[in-house]
Write a protein that binds this ligand. Sequence first.
Ligand code: FES
Ligand SMILES: [Fe+2]
Length: 427
Amino acid sequence: MLKHEDNERVTRVSKGTPMGDLFRRYWQPAILSGELPEKDGPPVRVRLLGENLLAFRDTDGEVGLVDALCPHRRAAMFFGRNEECGIRCAYHGWKFDRHGNCTDMPSEPVGTPLQAKVKIKAYPTVEKGGVVWTYMGPKEQQPAPPDYEWLRAPAKNRFVSKTWEDCNWLQAMEGGLDTAHSSFVHNEFIGNSNSLRNQDRSPSIEVERTDYGYYYVSTRRLLDGSNFVRLYHYVMPNQQMRSGTVKFLKGAGDEDPHAVPKIDGHLWVPVDDEHTFVYNWTCAVGDEGFPEGYVDRWESFMGRGKEDLIPGTYQLKRNLSNDYMIDRELQRTKTYSGIKGLNTQDYALQEGMGPIVDRSEEFLGTSDRAIVAMRRMLIEATKTVENGGRAPAAEPEAYRTIRPVDRILPGDVAWKDAFKSEMVARW
Ligand code: FES
Ligand SMILES: [Fe+2]
């Protein structure tokens, strides 16, 4: 459990809150590159850490991320013209470049000194791995650009999507870090002992702190005496990396969505206190990249394929307003949740808690070890920043060489030995 004040500390993300200020020490995804496909194309509204912003791709192909409202009389920049390396407010024509400088003020006399004085709030951006990243914190604390292994993967090996979630970022991320739940809510094979997650439903969990956060290892003892071991990374403040090389179902064929060896992960990016964009990245680890059509199959299996989204949005059609289209007959007979789509199942549980869960009311068990460790680290980190210190793991050297691992190991092989060379980035 968390005391009310600590719960507030780690969930609220606006500027000036402890967690909001911690988040503002890390590069965060602002938008997918694909949302701004062309130079001088239509701008896109962005809400991030409780701030309303506008993203546009300028004539040079660089992405600007500026205040959603014009500094003149606060008109919406969304209606502006994206032209000649700047966005021009449609109201009186003031124009701003991606750095926030006012480059034209046609409604004022020529040579007006006002032009040099007026700026629009602008955040730096960098584009990597199909994502536009931004840094919203103090200039002197700005880390080097993000450099996770998946950002260095060849484009043919990588896919990134994003999904909207109607709840606070932390309960969403806790769902990701919680490995025990996959034996339950994600159990699609009730009563089938070929399912590895059915063979042991209370994995043992070890947590090792590192420079970037921690890695944690879940071990499930299988019926034949071997161990199903998954090593995940928690990268501060809001990313998890996992490995997917072991099929859910022993003996399953290539139609199993887990048949393609991959690493994947999520970043839980706060839109504001009560909404989250989950960035989902997946990388095929083999040289050949993804097989034809695989990415669509995988995204559908996860419940976030194109057909699963409300057109023109990143919101799921199966959502709280329709109880995720739960099928009680399916739940009674075949699957634990009765809900289609692996991540949709997650959202039902996470959003069902309400916008910000009250952690003072919970009872934690041994399966929650990784979650407890993460909360502690976040509380510590917010205090470090409050006291004028540097945010942990903001610089890439903390995390650039890590890779998650999962394997089935013989019962007498220690994962530490088996994984030593596997835990290292190849790209
Ligand atoms: S409100 Fe934008 S130029 Fe006047
Ligand atoms: Fe899950």
